[in-house]
Design a protein around this ligand. Sequence first.
Ligand SMILES: [Fe+2]
Length: 193
Amino acid sequence: MKYLLTPLPYSYDSLEPYIDVKTMEIHHTKHHQAYINNLNNVLEKYPQIAGIKLEDLMENLDKQPFDEKDKTIFRNNGGGHLNHSFFWTIMSPGKEFDENLVSDAKREFGSINEFKKLFTAAAMGRFGSGWAWLVLDKNKKLKVYSTANQDSPYLTGDIPVIGLDVWEHAYYLKYQNRRNEYIENWWNVLKLV
Ligand SMILES: [Fe+2]
């Protein structure tokens, strides 16, 4: 079974002006597609794990039959596919998060503003390429952190709730070095309140 790039649930221009059409198109059709191609290539060598969910492979990475080189390829590209597939679904022009999440976040962090501050600090503090996350850990507790490269929260058994791609490919065309402006504007396509 090969993984395929699925169409976005909205058009490439629908997150304008916060995320520009060109960035969305390249990000989805080139970057995400490349992760999928590399993932399929590496999985092809290990038919014994075909059919196991990527999340499960990721959470139990050390128990898989990959050699060291392929383990890194899987971690980067399986992570790339999981992270991007998730990222597309949490954004939209009319996205509203459910009230339960909003009230859970308020309870955990004090207020939505406090949560945004923490999340922004995680996104800004990630040196180089990576992601900022709000996750649900194994004790059902909400946590904010960032990961390097394409590392997935599933590696540590956490379930993504909100994720922000802070690789330059996600914002450079419009924002160049202004990651802070990208993050600030991104909240507009992710309506929490
Ligand atoms: Fe990306």
